[in-house]
Design a protein around this ligand. Structure first.
Ligand SMILES: [Zn+2]
Length: 295
């Protein structure tokens, strides 16, 4: 069977990396690179009926706030700092109508709500959705409800480390284009496999996170993907804390001794190198909707 790129459907693909699900199942996967649009994608991609099994872990941090230990503690500490930074990137401190797709337990939305934004959240995990609803006093939608939301509803749509999990890229991007108001902004935070930490950890780089991550993006593939849409890339910003967290987790997969310290050093190195190259461990892409563009 020929392997097709999930975005451009090209069959001109090559193997990029063989790796395992080091986080949970230890099963083997392969990442392919599309030679046309440069998107990387995970093969095999578990069917929707099975993908839930790969998220069943007490360690899945974004949904687990009470976990103890050094890495979760750092994760939660950094999360607090990150939210402020994310809010500034997202809104420019203005009161906007905001949709957060993959809102998790709702911390970002809570901060936005307290700052006067009109908020809407979408989250696939039912437990996380329930926590978010209690926290926010708003109903949180499941992904299936995305199609019921009217066109031109939002000034800003945020996806913090979410698009790498989305299996049907075409359908998702269709909805993103439709839901934003003209001149509205799409904010995509994504791991960057061209970063220093990705290069040194190779198959053990924690942000490959197969098979939960089905897509793997770079600046080049983001440009190629969105040039055929009414969303135009206008800015790229770093998320500097991610290099530390990802490096520490990668060290765990490598079973290195002194992994925590080594992770800190490599996280720091990654940011230093990225000052010149721009290849931070995670990047935030800011895209603007323009209905005037000829698609
Ligand atoms: Zn492609």
């Amino acid at each position: 069977m020929n392997i097709k790129c999930p975005w451009c459907e090209s069959e001109n693909n090559s193997s990029f990396l063989k790796l395992k699900d080091y986080f949970l199942s230890q099963e083997e996967f392969e990442i392919y690179e599309c030679e046309e649009c440069k998107l990387l994608f995970t093969i095999p991609c578990p069917p929707p009926s099975e993908i839930g099994n790969y998220y069943k872990s007490e360690d899945y941090l974004s949904h687990n706030e009470k976990k103890k230990g050094i890495v979760p503690t750092i994760y939660n500490f950094v999360k607090g700092i990150n939210i402020k930074n994310k809010y500034r990137i997202t809104t420019g401190e203005k009161k906007v109508s905001l949709l957060d797709i993959g809102c998790g337990v709702g911390d970002f939305l809570l901060y936005a709500k307290k700052n006067g934004c009109k908020i809407t959240g979408i989250e696939p995990n039912e437990d996380a959705r329930n926590i978010a609803e209690k926290k926010l006093g708003n109903r949180i939608h499941s992904p299936e409800e995305l199609q019921n939301i009217p066109n031109n509803s939002f000034d800003v749509i945020t996806m913090w480390h979410v698009l790498e999990h989305v299996e049907n890229l075409k359908e998702e991007i269709f909805h993103l284009q439709r839901l934003l108001k003209n001149n509205g902004r799409l904010i995509l935070a994504l791991p960057n496999f061209k970063s220093y930490d990705a290069i040194i950890y190779k198959d053990k780089w924690a942000a490959y996170d197969v098979p939960r991550h089905v897509n793997h993006f770079s600046e080049e593939s983001i440009k190629n993907i969105f040039k055929r849409t009414n969303l135009q890339l206008i800015d790229i910003k770093p998320l500097k804390w991610d290099s530390y967290y990802i490096s520490m987790l990668s060290e765990k997969y490598c079973n290195h001794s002194y992994g925590f310290i080594r992770g800190c050093i490599n996280g720091w190195k990654s940011n230093i190198k990225a000052r010149k190259s721009g290849q931070y461990s995670s990047l935030v892409y800011v895209l603007k909707k323009s209905d005037d563009m000829t698609a």
